[in-house]
Design a binder for this molecule. Structure first.
Ligand SMILES: Nc1ncnc2c1ncn2[C@@H]1O[C@H](COP(=O)(O)OP(=O)(O)OP(=O)(O)O)[C@@H](O)[C@H]1O
Length: 679
C-alpha cells in the first residue's frame, strides 16, 4: 500500500505515511477524491490536489508542463474558479481540481468522455437542492461497548480480537473459574475458543469461534453509529438519486426505511412495542399511585353513600375481638371493595398498556379488603423487573436486526454519496457550458473514433494551429451578454495588430482560454473551435514599462530558452502581448522578428500582439502573417471596432484614423500627414 503511494511523484515517505492513515487512500487517489486526501494529517487541500493530479499524470505518462508561464496558470485558475462557482458541495469543488490541461491524449480523451456525459445532465433545481445536504461520509470514532467482552485463552487470537473489534474489552482466561467470574461482571461474554463449548457457566456466555469474522454481529453499535452519524448525507444522496434519476447502487426504499428507524444517537426508533415497554417502565410508579387513588376515591364515595346498619351485639363483639374497620369493610362493603380494586387494576393495565404482564399487574392490589387501598410493593417490583427485561431484550433484538439490515448497505452507502458528489462535478461542467454557450472543440491529432466526425469544423489549415468561431471569453471585464463574438484562425507564426483597446489582449486571452479548456477535455465558449493538441502553452502578458538592463536580459533569456530550450519534439503554442514595451522600439522590432523566425523554424504556433507589426515584418527575413483588429470608424470620439481580427491586414492605428478624419475636411496639412501614414 505505502509502496503504491510512494510511486506517485512528489509523495515521499512522510506524505505516504500521512495518506496511509486514511482508510481508503488508494481509492481516493484513483478517483481524484481531493477532499478525502486532504483529510490526511498535515495535507492541505492544495497539496492533496497536486498529489491527485500527479497520480493522474503518472497514469497517463503526462509531463505536466502544459501551463508553462504565470499568465497561463492565471488563466487556468480563473477557469477553475468559474467551474467551482457552479458546484453545490465543497467536496465537488475540491474534486474539480483534478481537471487540468494535459498534454496526454489519453487523459484528454478520458475527460472528454466524462464531459459528454456531463453535458447530457440537466441541472434541475430539485437536484441542486438535494445536493446541498450531501457531504462525504464520516467514520465516527470507535464506540465503547461495556456490557460485552470477548474471551480467549490464546495470545495470538487475543491480538487479533483487539484489532478486529476494538469496541469491546478482550480478556484472557485460563479456566472455567475465570470465565464464570467474567460472566458475572458482563451481561454477555463471547468466547472465541472452541474448547469452551459446552462449559456450564451461569450467565449469558456464548461460544462463537467465528465472531471475529462478523464484527458487526458482536457490536451492532459499530454499524448503527456509522449510519446514525451519516444519516443526513445519506438521505440527501438518496434524494439526489431520485431527483436526477441516477441508477442507484442499491435499492433505495429499504435503506431509507432502515435509516428512518435510526435515532441520532444510534438507537432504533419508531418501534411501537419498544416505545410501549419503555414508557411502561418509566410510568410504572406514577400509574400505580394513580391506580391507588382511583380505588380509594371509588371506595370513599361508596362508603359515603352507604348507611351501614350494625346490630349493637355485633358491634360489641367486633370491638371485643379487637377487629378493625377492615373486617367491617369485608363484611359490609365487600362488593364495593371488589369494584374499587377492579377499577385500580384496570387503570394500571390501561395506563401502561400492559399485555403479557397483565396477570402480575392484577396482583399488585390485594384481594383482602383494606382501607385505604394499597399496592403490594413486591408485586410492583416484579412487574418492573419483567417490563425492564422485556424492554431491554426488545431493544437488543431491534439493534441487532437494524444493524444487520444496515450492514448490507455499508459499501453501497459510499457509492451512493460518491455518485452524488460526482454528479455535482458533472453539473458544474454542464452549467459552465450552458452559462457560457460552450461547445466541445475538435482536437487535431486526437485520433479517436469519437473525434472522427467532429462538430461543425472551422476552416483551419491542416498544419495545426487554433481556429475559433464565435468565441466569447467569460474572462472579459464586461458582462458575458455584452461580449461580442470573435472569429480568429491562426496557424504558424502571426503578428496581431490593432487599434488601442481594440481587443488584442482579449483575443490572446480567448485563444489561451480555448486551448486550456480544450486540453482539460472541457467544452469551450465558442460556436465552434478546432485546436491542435500541444504539449506546452507559453503566454507572456504585457510587461509594465521599459525594463532595466538586468530585467531586460533575463526576459531575453526566457525567450532564448523558449526557442532553444524547449525540446524540439514538444508542440508549443506561444502567445506574447506587446513585448516591445521591454525596450526601445527599434531594438524591440529586431528582437521580436528574431524570436518569431526561430519559432517558425521549429514549427511552433505563435501570436505576437504588437503595435510594431509593420516594423517587425519589415526587418524579418521570413514572411510573417500580420492580422489586424480594425476600427470601422469613429463615433463621437469613440472607436467602433470589429473585434474579429482580419487576416493579412495591418490594422490602422488610432492616430491614423484621427488624421484621416481631419483630412476628410480638405485641409492640406492633414492630407500630407495622412500620406506619410500610407507610405
Ligand atoms: N469581444 C469583446 N466584446 C466586448 N468587449 C470587448 C471585447 N474585446 C475587448 N473588449 C473591451 O475592450 C477592452 C480593451 O480590450 P483589450 O485590452 O483586449 O484591448 P487591446 O487591443 O489589447 O488594447 P491595448 O492596445 O491598449 O493593449 C476590454 O477591456 C473590453 O472591455
Amino acid at each position: 500500500m505505502t509502496m503504491e503511494l510512494e510511486s506517485v511523484p512528489g509523495v515521499g515517505a512522510k506524505t505516504a505515511e500521512a495518506l496511509g492513515s486514511l482508510d481508503d487512500a488508494e481509492r481516493a487517489l484513483t478517483e481524484g477524491d481531493v477532499a478525502t486526501l486532504a483529510r490526511a494529517p498535515g495535507i492541505s487541500e492544495g497539496r492533496a490536489a497536486r498529489i491527485a493530479r500527479a497520480a493522474i499524470q503518472t497514469r497517463h505518462d503526462d509531463h505536466g508542463d502544459f501551463l508553462a508561464t504565470d499568465r497561463t496558470r492565471e488563466i487556468y485558475r480563473e477557469i477553475l474558479g468559474h467551474l467551482q462557482d457552479r458546484t453545490v458541495t465543497d467536496d465537488a469543488a475540491a474534486r474539480l481540481r483534478t481537471l487540468y490541461p494535459s498534454a496526454a491524449e489519453s487523459r484528454i480523451r478520458e475527460v472528454r468522455a466524462f464531459t459528454r456525459e456531463a453535458l447530457s445532465r440537466d441541472p434541475d433545481p430539485a437536484v441542486l437542492d438535494a445536493l446541498d445536504g450531501v457531504e462525504p461520509l464520516e467514520s465516527p470514532g470507535d464506540v465503547r461497548v461495556r456490557d460485552r467482552c470477548l474471551v480467549t485463552g490464546d495470545a495470538e487470537r487475543y491480538a487479533q480480537a483487539r484489532e478486529a473489534i476494538p469496541e469491546v474489552s478482550v480478556e484472557v482466561v485460563e479456566d472455567t473459574r475465570q470465565l464464570a467470574e467474567l460472566a458475572r461482571s458482563y451481561a454477555t461474554v463471547i468466547v472465541l475458543d472452541e474448547e469452551f463449548a459446552g462449559v456450564d457457566v451461569e450467565g449469558d456466555v456464548r461460544v462463537q469461534p467465528d465472531a471475529l469474522d462478523r464484527p458487526e454481529a458482536v457490536v451492532p453499535e459499530r454499524t448503527l453509529s456509522f449510519f446514525a452519524a451519516n444519516r443526513e448525507p445519506l438521505q440527501a444522496a438518496i434524494a439526489v438519486h431520485r431527483a436526477a434519476d441516477l441508477e442507484p447502487p442499491c435499492e433505495l426504499e429499504p435503506l431509507e426505511s432502515a435509516l428512518a428507524m435510526l435515532d441520532e444517537d444510534g438507537t432504533p426508533r419508531g418501534d411501537g412495542e419498544l416505545d410501549r415497554l419503555a414508557t411502561a417502565v418509566d410510568d410504572l410508579d406514577a400509574a400505580v399511585s394513580t391506580a391507588e387513588s382511583v380505588a380509594n376515591d371509588h371506595l370513599r364515595e361508596a362508603i359515603e353513600e352507604r348507611d351501614v346498619t350494625i346490630e349493637g351485639t355485633d358491634l360489641l363483639s367486633l370491638v371485643e375481638r379487637g377487629a378493625g374497620v377492615d373486617s367491617l369493610l369485608s363484611r359490609e362493603l365487600a362488593d364495593e371493595y371488589d369494584a374499587a380494586v377492579a377499577a385500580a387494576r384496570e387503570h394500571l393495565i390501561d395506563a401502561l398498556e400492559l399485555t403479557d404482564t397483565e396477570s402480575i399487574a392484577r396482583r399488585a392490589f390485594p384481594d383482602e379488603p383494606t382501607y385505604p387501598v394499597e399496592h403490594t410493593e413486591e408485586v410492583v417490583s416484579r412487574l418492573r423487573e419483567e417490563l425492564t427485561t422485556a424492554r431491554d431484550r426488545r431493544a437488543t433484538r431491534l439493534k441487532r436486526e437494524l444493524a444487520s439490515d444496515l450492514a448490507a448497505f455499508r459499501s453501497a452507502a459510499d457509492d451512493l454519496v460518491d455518485a452524488a458528489l460526482d454528479l455535482d462535478v458533472e453539473l458544474a461542467v454542464a452549467r459552465f457550458a450552458d452559462d457560457f454557450d460552450c461547445t466541445l472543440p475538435a482536437i487535431d491529432a486526437l485520433d479517436t473514433p469519437e473525434n472522427a466526425s467532429p462538430p461543425p469544423e472551422p476552416d483551419v489549415p491542416g498544419d495545426g494551429g487554433v481556429a475559433i468561431e464565435g468565441g466569447r471569453s467569460p474572462l472579459l471585464d464586461v458582462p458575458f451578454e455584452a461580449v461580442e463574438p470573435v472569429d480568429y484562425h491562426v496557424s504558424g507564426v502571426a503578428l496581431l495588430s490593432g487599434v488601442n483597446s481594440g481587443g488584442k489582449t482579449s483575443t490572446l486571452d480567448l485563444i489561451a482560454l480555448v486551448v486550456v479548456l480544450a486540453h482539460m477535455g472541457l467544452p469551450v465558449p465558442a460556436e465552434a473551435a478546432r485546436v491542435t493538441r500541444i504539449d506546452e502553452l507559453h503566454y507572456y502578458a504585457k510587461t509594465q514599462g521599459t525594463l532595466d538592463a538586468g530585467a531586460f536580459e533575463s526576459t531575453l533569456r526566457e525567450f532564448g530558452d523558449l526557442v532553444t530550450g524547449v525540446a524540439e519534439d514538444r508542440e508549443t503554442l506561444v502567445l506574447v502581448d506587446e513585448l516591445e514595451s521591454i525596450t526601445e522600439p527599434g531594438a524591440s522590432a529586431n528582437i521580436m522578428a528574431g524570436i518569431l523566425e526561430a519559432l517558425s523554424a521549429r514549427g511552433a504556433t505563435a501570436v505576437f500582439v504588437s503595435h510594431l507589426a509593420g516594423e517587425i515584418r519589415d526587418v524579418a527575413s521570413i514572411d510573417i502573417a500580420v492580422d489586424g483588429i480594425e476600427a470601422i470608424g469613429l463615433d463621437d470620439g469613440e472607436l467602433l471596432v470589429d473585434r474579429s481580427p482580419v487576416k493579412g491586414t495591418l490594422a490602422r492605428s488610432t492616430p491614423e484614423l484621427i488624421v484621416e478624419k481631419l483630412a476628410a475636411d480638405g485641409d492640406g496639412f492633414y492630407e500630407r500627414l495622412l500620406e506619410k501614414f500610407e507610405d
